[in-house]
Design a protein around this ligand. Structure first.
Ligand code: SAH
Ligand code: SF4
Ligand code: F3S
Length: 446
C-alpha cells in the first residue's frame, strides 16, 4: 500500500437511495485512486452524505461541520453531499469555510471532475443539475452487502407533496432505461446476488425512456432472471400504483410478498391539503387489489404523518381507523415537521408539539397491537428465510422472510449453522410484534 495514496471517510444519513448513492460515490472514489478508511482521523477527505427530510436537519449538519473544524488544521478536506447540500448550497461555504465540496445527488456523475478541482485546492460545487435528464450510472458501485443489492431505477421526484423537501433536493424525475437496469441486475446475479431491491423515491412512476417496459414489466423481468431469489421495490406512490404491479407479484414467485405503500393520512381532506393526489377511497381500492391475489399473501407497510397543519381530531381518528382497516405489518410514523422551501411551511393552524406527540403515541400504541395480532398469525408456519447474520449470545440465526419480517431461529443440535446469504426454512414457535422466532427445519437427506 503506497503511503501517498489518498484516503477518504464517508458517513451517510437518510433513505436507502442515499445509502445506495454512497455505494456509488465510494466506488467512484476508489476508481479515482482513493482508499476508504474507517475513521475520520485517518482520512484526507471526509464525505458527509446528508438527509433533509425532517427535524431541522440542516442545523444538525451545521453543528457537525463546526465540529469538523478542529480536523481542518490537520490538512483534511470536507465534502458535503446529499439533500442538505443541495438545499443549503453555497450557504454551506459561508457558514463552514473549511468545506471544499458541496454537491447534490443530481450532480454526482460529475464527481471525478469535482475531485480534481478540490485536489488542486479550489472549491467545487455541484448544485445546478436538478433539471437534468441524466441519471448517475457507474460501473464502480461498491456494494456493502454481497447478497442483497440495490439498483436505482428512477431518480428525483415530481410529486411536490406539500410537506416534502425531496423534489427540491433531488430534482426532477428521470428514469434509467430498462436495458441498463436489466444489465446491472444480470451482472449482480452473475456475481452472486440473489436479492435485489429496485429503488426510487417514487419507484412506480418509472417510465422507460426508450418505452420498452412498464414498471410492472421491468419488475417481472428482473424477477425472471435465472438465479434470482428475491426482488423488492421501494417506495411506491399510491397515485401510480397500478393493478398490473399486483398481477406481476401474483405471477412471478421471486417478487417478494411485501409492498410498502405510504398513505400519510386516512383523511381525504388532509390528503388533498398534502397534495397526495388520491383519496382514502382510492387508496383502499389499491389495498383491495393487494388483498385479492390468488397465489400470495402480500404484507403491507406504510408511512404516516400526524399533525399536518389543520389536522383535526376527527381527521386524526380517520388515520387511526384506516390503519385498523388495512392491518399493516409495519408503519413508519412521523410528527409533521416544517421544512424549508415546501408549501406547507406557510400554512397556518399548526398543531402544537405536545398534541403531535399525543397523536403519534396513540398511533404507535394501536399499531403495536395490530402487529402483535398479525405476527401471531404466523404461529406454526414453516417459512423460507434468507440468513443475514447471527446473534451469538442467544445462539440464534438472524434471517428475513419474503414479507420482510425478521425471523430469529435456532439450529438443532448437531446441524451446521447456515451461511449468511443462504436460504433455509424455519418453523415459527413464538411471535412478537416486530419479529418471529423458531427453529430451523432440517431438510431430510436422500
Ligand atoms: N417517496 C416516498 C417517501 C419519501 S420520505 C413517498 O412518497 O412515500 C419518507 C417519509 O417521510 C414520507 O413517506 C413521509 O411519511 C415522511 N416525511 C416526509 N416529509 C416529512 C415532513 N416534512 N414531516 C414529517 N414527515 C415527513
Ligand atoms: Fe416527497 Fe411526496 Fe415525492 Fe414522496 S412523493 S418524495 S413524499 S414529494
Ligand atoms: Fe433524506 Fe434526501 Fe432521502 S431528504 S430521505 S436523503 S431523498
Amino acid at each position: 500500500m503506497s503511503s501517498d495514496q489518498k484516503t477518504f471517510f464517508i458517513e451517510t444519513f437518510g433513505c436507502q437511495m442515499n445509502f445506495h448513492d454512497s455505494e456509488k460515490v465510494i466506488g467512484t472514489l476508489i476508481s479515482q485512486g482513493y482508499r476508504r478508511v474507517e475513521s475520520e482521523e485517518d482520512a484526507d477527505l471526509i464525505f458527509y452524505n446528508t438527509c433533509s427530510i425532517r427535524d431541522k436537519a440542516e442545523q444538525k449538519v451545521f453543528h457537525r461541520l463546526a465540529d469538523y473544524k478542529r480536523l481542518q488544521q490537520q490538512g483534511k478536506r470536507f465534502a458535503v453531499i446529499g439533500c442538505v447540500a443541495q438545499q443549503e448550497g453555497e450557504k454551506i461555504f459561508e457558514r463552514a469555510p473549511h468545506v471544499s465540496l458541496v454537491a447534490g445527488s443530481a450532480s454526482y456523475r460529475h464527481l471525478p471532475e469535482m475531485l480534481v478541482q478540490i485536489e488542486s485546492g479550489a472549491r467545487a460545487t455541484g448544485l445546478d443539475d436538478r433539471q437534468t435528464d441524466e441519471t448517475f450510472e457507474t460501473a464502480f458501485t461498491a456494494r456493502s452487502n454481497p447478497h442483497r443489492g440495490y439498483i436505482t431505477i428512477i431518480e428525483g421526484c415530481d410529486k411536490f407533496c406539500a410537506y416534502c423537501v425531496v423534489p427540491y433536493t433531488r430534482g426532477k424525475e428521470r428514469s434509467r432505461s430498462s436495458e441498463s437496469v436489466l444489465a446491472e441486475a444480470r451482472q449482480m446475479v452473475d456475481s452472486g446476488y440473489t436479492d435485489i431491491q429496485l429503488l426510487g423515491q417514487n419507484v412506480n412512476s418509472y417510465r422507460d425512456p426508450l418505452g420498452k417496459k412498464s414498471f410492472a414489466e421491468l419488475l417481472a423481468a428482473v424477477g425472471e432472471l435465472a438465479g434470482i431469489r428475491r426482488v423488492r421495490f421501494t417506495t411506491s406512490h399510491p397515485r401510480h400504483f397500478t393493478r398490473d404491479i399486483v398481477e406481476a407479484i401474483d405471477a412471478v414467485s421471486t417478487l417478494c410478498d411485501h409492498v410498502h405503500l405510504p398513505v400519510q393520512s386516512g383523511s381525504s381532506r388532509v390528503l388533498a391539503a398534502m397534495n397526495r393526489e388520491y383519496t382514502r377511497e382510492q387508496y383502499m381500492e389499491r389495498i383491495e387489489w393487494l388483498r385479492s391475489t390468488r397465489n400470495r399473501e402480500i404484507s403491507l407497510t406504510t408511512d404516516i404523518i400526524v399533525g399536518f397543519p389543520g389536522e383535526t381530531e376527527a381527521e386524526f381518528e380517520q388515520t387511526m381507523s384506516l390503519m385498523r382497516e388495512v392491518g399493516y405489518d409495519g408503519a413508519f410514523t412521523f410528527k409533521y415537521s416544517p421544512r424549508p422551501n415546501t408549501p406547507a411551511i406557510s400554512l397556518a393552524d399548526s398543531i402544537p408539539e405536545d398534541e403531535k406527540t399525543r397523536r403519534l403515541h396513540l398511533l404507535n400504541q394501536q399499531q403495536q397491537e395490530i402487529q402483535r395480532a398479525r405476527y401471531a398469525r404466523h404461529m406454526g408456519q414453516v417459512i423460507e428465510v434468507m440468513v443475514e447474520g447471527y446473534n451469538d449470545p442467544r445462539g440464534q440465526v438472524i434471517a428475513r422472510t419474503s414479507q420482510n419480517k425478521t425471523f430469529n431461529f435456532i439450529v438443532p443440535a448437531g446441524v451446521a449453522r447456515p451461511q449468511v446469504g443462504s436460504y433455509v426454512s424455519a418453523r415459527v414457535t413464538r411471535t412478537f410484534p416486530n419479529s418471529l422466532a423458531g427453529e430451523m427445519v432440517v431438510p431430510i437427506e436422500g
